[in-house]
Design a protein around this ligand. Structure first.
Ligand code: NAP
Length: 537
């Protein structure tokens, strides 16, 4: 074997939640020769890169972990209701160690190009270090939110202070003390980072384009006996998550906001607000289906903002009015709105007065106001769902580029496979429930399904497996139709629609009909001999 060429059965790209589990399944269950290629210097994926202050998951800890291995569940206990970034990273390192995964991961190995060789029926995966990995199967485990969205603002290169993107946060400690900081973006990330940065910085300017809804997380330490009680009920937790549409351990009760008497629904919303977290949205089952119901819930949150923020003008600027609650990914927070009561925190509305450029010492707005700062933090999100895949420069049959195949938006079968890209599978790809769910549940379902289809291909001597054009067209239409039955496409700047990245086709990308229904679809494809796939002997 040539030093720079490595021959394998499978290459997995990415060593986050999905890549680690996929490696485990292919190596331990199918006994394949498999390697993971990871751009970062360690495992963790999203949690390796997103180290910004306040980074925390909004799924509850005991649900945001692997369930495929009982020992992992028993041996790891979480410290807080929601896991912070550092704890999740420790957890994933613990899993990698327990399952002896690191020996099959190449770190600091960024994939630059991946091309299907139709003659040899192999993928050629080229990396930044000059290696080529050749494999029969290519599995992308690159995450949905890993390609950062950095706005192209005039003069950024001239800024003399520090510049960070939350999605590529440095490993060394960033000091905010005695500094004036500008943060751009008030999505889930900004909403987590702003209170933490405000606690440390001398002055903080929050540049907000779209005001956002946010519900209190009510994070807290878990009690000492939480873990022992939890492990007695693992099966019940698993079953609740698998039955739900979003992979969390609850389902919305059968009641509609607009049909519930005003006093009763107010009490329900107050109680849900006190419990905090993503469950708030699920206190009724029609919040994302009916405009009137959504407006009632949106009004409730707007009133909470008015009640929390002392300065009436600031409160007014913070009111989300241009999209229904939940149509952009709903953030949960710790003291987000309260932070605007601090004298050193200033809210700037950059929809009314957009950023025009950056100068050596700060940011200039279009009315020529200059905000002087020592640091600019971009919390401006991601080229979601397709960005990281496209960065792999994938070329399928006949050299077809993924970006050309997807010029009008991503087209997949089940979010798992793409026509003209044989023997390639995309964990949590566009067209799958992924970001609308508690991710580890979606990931385990995808990895199990991919492992099964590869096992089938190997047993039956299929040399190629490829989604058919008809199956991908039908599925992609179904993904759109399902989304259109909800209010989800109504948010103008949502990354669900690709609308946050200039020039990106506007297509609702995740599958909105629920992980439970989606699993049934995948199972019926399997039961029907992988209907929708072209299988070549
Ligand atoms: P995001 O939701 O896309 O928010 C980006 C923010 O930056 C928005 O407020 C956006 O404004 C603003 N922005 C973008 N470009 C701008 C520009 N040129 N000028 C001014 N403002 C600009 O990104 P995110 O907050 O990083 O969150 C992405 C996703 O990551 C979340 O939705 C969630 O799924 C995940 N996440 C999860 C957690 C968690 O589990 N707790 C935490 C963080 C992130 P517009 O809205 O006007 O575009």
């Amino acid at each position: 074997m040539n030093h720079d060429n490595v021959d394998l059965d499978a290459v997995v790209v990415g060593a986050g939640f999905s890549g680690l589990y996929q490696l485990y399944c292919l190596r331990e269950k199918l006994k394949l020769r498999v390697k993971v290629l990871e751009a970062g210097g360690g495992v963790g994926g999203t949690w390796y890169w997103n180290r910004y202050p306040g980074a925390r998951c909004d799924s509850e800890s005991h649900t945001y972990c692997y369930y495929f291995d009982r020992l992992l569940l028993e041996e790891w206990s979480w410290s807080e209701r929601y896991p912070g970034q550092a704890e999740i990273l420790r957890y994933l390192n613990f899993c990698a160690r327990k399952l002896n995964l690191e020996k099959d991961i190449h770190f600091n190995e960024r994939v630059l190009e991946s091309e299907w060789d139709s003659d040899a029926r192999l993928w050629h995966v080229k990396t930044q270090t000059g290696k080529t990995f050749r494999a029969r199967f290519l599995i992308t485990a690159v995450g949905c939110l890993s390609s950062t969205n950095m706005p192209d603002i005039d003069g950024l290169a001239d800024f003399e202070g520090e510049v960070y993107h939350t999605g590529q946060w440095p490993h060394n400690k960033v000091e905010f003390d005695k500094k004036t900081v500008v943060i751009i973006g008030t999505g889930s990330t900004g909403i987590q980072a702003i209170p933490e940065i405000a606690r440390q910085a001398k002055k903080l300017y929050v540049l907000q384009r779209t005001p956002n809804y946010s519900v209190p997380a009510r994070n807290r330490p878990l009690s000492k006996d939480f873990h022992s009680a939890f492990i007695k009920e693992i099966d019940a937790w698993r079953s609740k998550m698998l039955k739900s549409r979003h992979g969390h351990p609850w389902t919305a009760p059968d009641r509609q906001v607009r049909k519930t008497a005003p006093e009763k629904r107010q009490n329900i919303m107050e109680a849900a607000w006190e419990r905090g977290g993503l469950g708030f949205r699920e206190s009724f089952d029609d919040v994302l289906l009916n405009e009137e119901s959504n407006k009632i819930m949106s009004d409730f949150i707007r009133q909470k903002i008015v009640d929390t923020v002392h300065n009436a003008e600031t409160a007014k600027k913070l009111l989300p009015i241009d999209h229904p609650f939940g149509t952009k990914r709903p953030p949960i927070d710790t003291n987000y709105f309260e932070t605007f009561n601090c004298d050193h925190v200033h809210l700037i509305d950059v929809r009314e007065n957009p950023i025009s450029s950056i100068f050596t010492n700060g940011v200039t707005l279009s009315n020529n106001t200059q905000i002087r700062a020592n640091m600019i933090v971009f919390a401006t999100g991601f080229d979601a769902m397709t960005g990281a895949l496209q960065k792999m420069n994938l070329k399928g049959r006949g050299g077809l580029k993924l970006e050309d195949a997807w010029y009008a938006g991503p087209r997949t079968f089940l979010g798992l496979a793409v026509p003209e890209f044989p023997n390639m599978f995309t964990i949590t790809g566009p067209g799958s429930p992924s970001v609308l769910t508690n991710m580890p549940r979606a990931i385990e379902q995808h990895v199990d399904w991919i492992t099964d289809i590869l096992s089938h291909a190997i047993q039956c001597d299929y040399v190629e497996i490829e989604a058919s054009q008809a199956a991908a067209n039908e599925w992609t239409q179904h993904v759109t139709d399902v989304a259109n039955k909800t209010l989800l496409p109504k948010a103008n700047h949502s990354w669900y629609l690709g609308a946050n990245v200039p020039g990106k086709p506007r297509v609702f990308m995740p599958y909105a009909f629920g992980l439970n229904h989606y699993r049934n679809h995948c199972d019926s494809v399997t039961a029907n001999g992988y209907a929708g796939f072209l299988l070549t002997k």
